[in-house]
Design a protein around this ligand. Structure first.
Ligand code: BV8
Length: 301
């Protein structure tokens, strides 16, 4: 009996018009966000149960939070390192890596720090990690230049071992009745003695910190310069892919406007049409609603 054919992941007419443009594109820019990794099992920042809601990540992903309570911030990052190490890249990560191998003038800008694009074999010369990586660590002392990449030790120090049930130590219920209010300097989570936190092997003095860009910190200058040089080369960008991101965090989100100013056509892939802010969007050429892990491989076939 004929199997009931599943409804197409992407409406045929939209797919054809996109693929027609893709085949002729000579310079493509992609901006990736947490929605790309959602299907791999990593909660997005603001999705249900995502980090923002439970951790108030905007409070934790800051230099102030780290200076005030490095043990708490390290628990947040150690938990995310643990989660990211336990999941796999999905078909969309692989499809983007494949496109990068196929198209000479293609550049992926990822806001994600989860390490899944590198693990999918994305050519690193065509992948810019705008916000760093959970698996980079560096010395937090301004005078020390110690940096380490691909640190996959989990937990990075024994004191950061997760509770037996691997529950996230900093979610709202884990804090039941405990104040987690950094701004008002209230009680901390269970104490981790400073001496048990990761320290810099070079200067011996400083605490190591996650090699990510916190709110209020500048994105790596060299990365931004590389991107600007690439954008200024000819031919101009003619296609911009905005995948699984609410495009609310700047300056990363600004690249969408830059591509549009170059005359690029814009394809947005997002689970929630309402979530992509009007600014910089709303007049995209294609909006593909649904799971990036399903849609992106279809589009890039
Ligand atoms: C800077 C690393 C200046 C850390 C991150 C007001 C006050 C304070 C600051 C600001 C302000 N206004 C603007 C700013 C600047 C600030 C900013 O933009 N804030 C926002 C919140 C307004 N930006 C900064 O601070 C930047 N630095 O400006 O420095 C400066 C300059 C010179 C010198 C000194 C200083 C630094 C920003 C980098 C912050 N670090 N990450 C960490 O991860 O812990 S940002 C972090 O959040 C992520 O990296 C990501 O970029 C962002 C979350 O965004 P998304 O990835 O889009 O995730 P989100 O959950 O929001 O959305 C998921 C989307 O996927 C949704 O649309 C959803 O519908 C969709 N989706 C879900 N499931 C699926 C799906 N789509 C498809 N398929 C699915 N299955």
């Amino acid at each position: 009996s004929a199997t009931a054919s599943a409804p197409p992941i992407v409406p045929q007419a939209q797919l054809e018009s996109f693929q027609e443009h893709l085949s002729k594109s000579t310079r493509i820019l992609a901006l990736l966000g947490a929605g790309l990794s959602a299907s791999s099992g990593l909660p997005t920042f603001r999705g249900a149960g995502g980090y923002w809601r439970t951790h108030d990540a905007t409070m934790l992903a800051t230099p102030e939070a780290f200076n005030h309570d490095p043990g708490l911030v390290w628990q947040f990052y150690s938990y995310r390192r643990h989660m990211a190490l336990r999941v796999e890249p999905n078909k969309a990560h692989y499809a983007l890596a494949e496109l990068a191998r196929r198209k000479d003038k293609f550049l992926t800008l990822s806001q994600n720090v989860d390490g899944l694009s590198p693990r999918a074999g994305h050519p690193i010369d065509k992948l810019k990690l705008l916000h760093g990586s959970l698996f980079d660590v560096k010395c937090s002392e301004f005078f020390c230049d110690y940096k380490e990449s691909d640190n996959f030790i989990d937990p990075i120090v024994p004191a950061l071992e997760l509770p037996r049930d691997e529950s996230d130590p900093t979610t709202a219920d884990a804090l039941q009745g405990r104040e987690l209010d950094i701004a008002n300097e209230n009680v901390k989570l269970h104490e981790i003695a400073m001496k048990d936190l990761p320290h810099c092997p070079k200067c011996k003095k400083g605490l190591l910190r996650p090699g990510v860009v916190w709110f209020g910190e500048a994105l790596p200058g060299a990365v931004m310069d590389d991107i600007d040089r690439w954008i200024d080369e000819s031919p101009k960008i003619d296609l911009m892919l905005v995948i699984g991101t609410s495009a609310r965090v700047y300056p990363a989100a600004g690249y969408v406007d830059t591509a549009k100013a170059c005359g690029a056509r814009v394809a947005v892939i997002n689970m929630d049409p309402e979530d992509v802010p009007a600014s910089g969007m709303g007049d995209e050429d294609w909006f593909f609603k649904g799971d990036a892990a399903q849609i992106v491989p279809e589009l890039l076939k």
